[in-house]
Design a protein around this ligand. Structure first.
Ligand code: PBG
Length: 325
């Protein structure tokens, strides 16, 4: 006798009943690029539909996000001035700090997460302080902690360190606690690979390294077990949520972390993953909605409960209009 799997696929109602994965607009985090200056609303060429915005242009964007039901955003700053020490990153009146204040004033209930890194602020584009060509680990921790505290002071609800220095979670946790931010969670980019999938982001945030690459701090995708060591260390140091980044090519890693650790897991569906879909869709080669939703369910199936994606607004719209399941 063979098994008739098709019995449970016979109708839409039946399929809806037996499914075991759910997507909710509240699962999504929408990344925003905020640029210092005024009157800026510039579409990012390699990321159609995504914009660099100055704070004075932010309100309509926030209204749209809020009306769509999205309640979490991840902020990236693009400063006017860059220098070798990335000073603007921890300036209490810097672009991210001012943006957070503005957003929390307009939408106090919006969960504002800030990306904590130096690469958008350093003139050399690396994620830390340099000595010659080397990114100094322990010296950088001091600056990263300053950035995290300055974001928290501005009102950030959660910080997301993406620099990949060793020991940053412990350093940041201590610094936040010392300043009284004991309840500010850390969402750590624990498992972050040195990836070509960040290309369009680096155009968007103007953060490409001016020499070399990020392979001495971001992870090598040829290694499997390293992901577990990174995650374990971050949890020991006090991380509250783990991020796997990029998302699509690393679902095996998501699944491993999901099975091993009882903390929320986020995936970052990064820039090139977005751009590839948009480019193919613009050419009429793929069904954009179908492709995007299939990916989102794949993230869920692997074990992610939080999805950081540039598709958030499109998905929220589809969910709202009941255009998808
Ligand atoms: C900052 C940072 C990067 C991304 C998120 N935070 C770029 C990088 O590490 O080079 C990439 C996000 C994306 O590609 O969408 N370090």
């Amino acid at each position: 006798m063979f098994k008739r799997h098709r019995r449970l696929r016979g109708s839409q109602v039946m399929r809806d009943m037996v499914k075991d994965l759910y997507l909710d607009v509240k699962d999504f985090v929408y990344p925003l690029f905020i640029e210092e200056g005024t009157g800026i609303r510039q579409e990012i060429q390699s990321m159609p539909g995504q914009y660099r915005l100055s704070i004075d242009m932010l309100k309509p964007e926030l209204d749209e996000i809020w009306d769509l039901g999205i309640r979490s955003i991840l902020i990236f700053g693009i400063p006017l001035e860059k220098d070798p020490m990335g000073k603007e990153a921890y300036n209490d009146l810097g672009i991210v700090q001012e943006a957070v204040r503005f957003i929390k004033k307009s939408y106090p209930k919006m969960l504002v997460i800030t990306d904590v890194c130096m690469c958008e602020y350093t003139s050399h584009g690396h994620c830390g302080i340099l000595s010659g060509p080397h990114v100094l680990n322990d010296e950088t921790l001091y600056y990263l902690s300053k950035i995290a505290v300055s974001h928290a002071k501005a009102g950030a609800d959660m910080v997301a360190p993406s620099d990949m220095m060793d020991g940053r979670i412990l350093a940041m946790r201590k610094a936040l606690d010392n300043e009284g931010f004991i309840n500010t969670p850390i969402m750590s980019y624990s498992v972050k690979y040195a990836s070509s999938f960040y290309g369009p982001f680096r155009d968007a945030a103007d953060s490409s390294p001016s020499f070399g690459d990020r392979k001495t701090y971001q992870m090598d995708f040829r290694s499997t077990k390293e992901a577990l060591r990174e995650a374990e260390a971050d949890l020991d140091e006090g991380a509250d949520i783990l991020i796997v980044k990029p998302a699509l090519s690393y679902l095996d890693v998501v699944k491993r972390l999901y099975r091993r650790y009882d903390v929320p897991i986020a995936v970052y569906n990064v820039s090139a993953e977005y751009s590839m879909v948009k480019a193919a869709a613009q050419n009429g080669w793929i069904d954009e909605k179908g492709i995007v939703m299939e990916k989102m369910y794949a993230f869920k199936r692997a074990g992610a409960s939080i999805i950081i994606t540039y598709h958030s607004k499109d998905i929220a719209r589809w969910l709202k209009n009941k255009e998808i399941y």
